[in-house]
Design a protein around this ligand. Structure first.
Ligand SMILES: *Cc1c(COP(=O)(O)O)cnc(C)c1O
Length: 495
């Protein structure tokens, strides 16, 4: 069955998957959503015998219906290859009574690799399918992990260029070093004087600038987005939830049709939305536990039905979740409004104008699939230490937020279903925060001394992604103000 995509704000009609991938954001500022969420066509028993790549194909073929089998398999095989340091791609670690789904075995050791290693291939394939001759310019705002994963995915991919903006001082030293050492003539990295939300709004404004789009087209360029609003990022993420469930089944950890809970450390709401799509495809998931850090907009939303971004922006030790506007939430809002794009557009207009909106009671009722909670900075730190002391397993700060919230969920509900916790980054990416949590005395060590110490006490090899940047040269040294973002892009394109 062909699946088409439409904007959550109702304008522009229906487009094919490849067109939605090319556009990123819909023309009316909305997000593309599938007109129906397809059901899995193979049984869990069959899935449990498949490789990651095979499961990914079973999931993606249901959404990207205008791709041929060969095209899609080609994309999948180019993405999930030896860039990952394990054949399993997304292994499960059983620790302290839960299953940590390690999504950080790709090129940049964060879960963004799961989607961004395939997006460039989906995008260039989509361009070919639609006879696009322009060079595609990827424009991305990052709170740290997206930037590097997108750079790694797009570097030297023919027919593409990529510009990444990140908040100056708002990412970890390792994240920054990973980005500013990026190779590839088609890459450009810029720090901005502002926070992530400002970077994201700046990028959205550039996307929305029709005059600029025209000027670009004349010069042979067109923008696309690698941010998690692109449907070409969201759908590949559905695959690992299906894979995780199939794996649990294969190992006898769940019986046929037994429901599991999924806990996701959440920022832009992409990862947890992928789990929600998996559930709607028929995967036996019960609760979707949405874990926030001190920027607990989503927790408050689930508690009150009011989404309110009017609050202080807090820099935490889980910076990839320091977000006050969770873009992908719009896809959920649209769905719980029973696909009422007018209602959704109205709420999003309120968000743009007043920084908040309140959903209706009937919409709230449909949020029963979700449980929201948050972990403070101190709780996050304690969780890393608690689990390390008890088991020797070292998790990163984002995963620790989820792990801590899982503890709160169990306490609140006594629900003891088998639980998968999305582990979204390697501890090596946030070494200082992680090591300080285990013992504050580590703080006097240098960044790479900490890396070696982490490797020693955790008994895990230093990932390649870290080895590579130890002595790498700085290739990008750019800083601009928020209102200069557009001119910076033009300069990079020699316009
Ligand atoms: C991006 C990111 C998150 C948040 O994921 P969303 O899909 O934006 O909710 C959590 N942890 C890490 C390490 C990330 O990079």
């Amino acid at each position: 069955m062909e699946v088409l995509y439409r904007s959550t704000r109702g304008q522009g009609g229906e487009v094919k998957a490849s067109q939605a991938i090319l556009k990123g954001l819909a023309d009316d500022g909305g997000l593309f959503v599938p007109t129906t969420i397809p059901k899995l066509e193979v049984s869990v028993n069959e899935l449990s015998k498949m490789t990651y790549q095979e499961v990914a194909y079973e999931v993606m073929k249901l959404y990207f219906t205008d791709f041929t089998e060969e095209e899609l398999k080609n994309c999948i095989n180019k993405a999930y290859d030896s860039k990952f340091d394990t054949e399993e791609i997304a292994p499960l670690a059983e620790v302290d009574g839960a299953y940590y789904l390690e999504l950080f075995h790709g090129a940049t050791i964060a879960f963004k690799d799961m989607a961004l290693s395939i997006l460039p291939h989906l995008l260039t394939t989509s361009a070919k399918k639609n006879d696009v001759k322009n060079e595609i310019v990827i424009l991305t705002a990052t709170s740290g992990d997206t930037g590097k994963a997108a750079l790694a995915g797009f570097a030297d991919v023919k027919g593409t260029r990529i510009v990444v903006f990140y908040p100056h001082g708002g990412v970890s030293p390792i994240q920054e070093k990973q980005m500013v050492t990026q190779k590839g003539d088609n890459t450009f990295v810029v720090a901005i004087n502002g926070n992530f939300d400002q970077a994201q709004s700046g990028v959205k404004a550039i996307f929305g600038n029709k005059e600029l789009a025209k000027e670009m087209d004349e010069k042979g360029f067109q923008f696309s987005s690698a941010n998690s609003i692109n449907i070409g990022r969201l759908i590949p993420q559905v695959a690992y939830y299906v894979y995780a469930y199939a794996k649990l089944f294969a190992e006898g950890k769940v019986a046929k049709d037994e429901k599991i809970n999924v806990v996701v450390p959440t920022g832009n709401f992409g990862n947890i939305l992928a789990a929600y799509y998996a559930k709607n495809m028929g995967l036996p998931i019960d609760k979707l536990v949405c874990a926030s850090n001190d920027n607990k907009v989503l927790y408050d939303f689930f508690e009150t039905g009011c989404y309110d971004r009017n609050r202080e922006f807090i820099l935490t030790n889980s910076p990839s979740m320091d977000i006050l506007i969770s873009s992908n939430l719009e896809r959920l809002i649209y769905k719980i409004a029973e696909n009422d794009s007018e209602k959704n557009a109205e709420l999003m207009a309120e968000l743009a104008k007043d920084g908040k909106y309140t959903i209706t009671d009937s919409m709230r009722k449909q949020l029963a699939d979700f449980y929201g909670n948050y972990a403070t900075e101190a709780e996050t730190t304690e969780e890393i230490k608690r689990v390390y002391d008890k088991t020797g397993y070292i998790m990163d700060t984002h995963t620790a937020v989820a792990s801590c919230v899982y503890g709160k969920y169990k306490k609140d509900t006594n629900d003891d279903k088998v639980t998968v916790i999305a582990s979204t980054a390697s501890p090596f990416k946030f070494t200082r925060s992680v090591m300080n949590a285990i013992n504050p005395a580590y703080d006097k060590l240098g960044d790479f001394e900490l890396v070696d110490e982490l490797s020693k006490i955790g008994n895990v090899k230093v990932p390649n992604a870290i080895e590579e940047i130890r002595n790498a040269e700085i290739r990008h040294n750019n800083l601009c103000n928020v209102d200069e973002m557009e001119s910076v892009v033009k300069k990079f394109l020699n316009m």
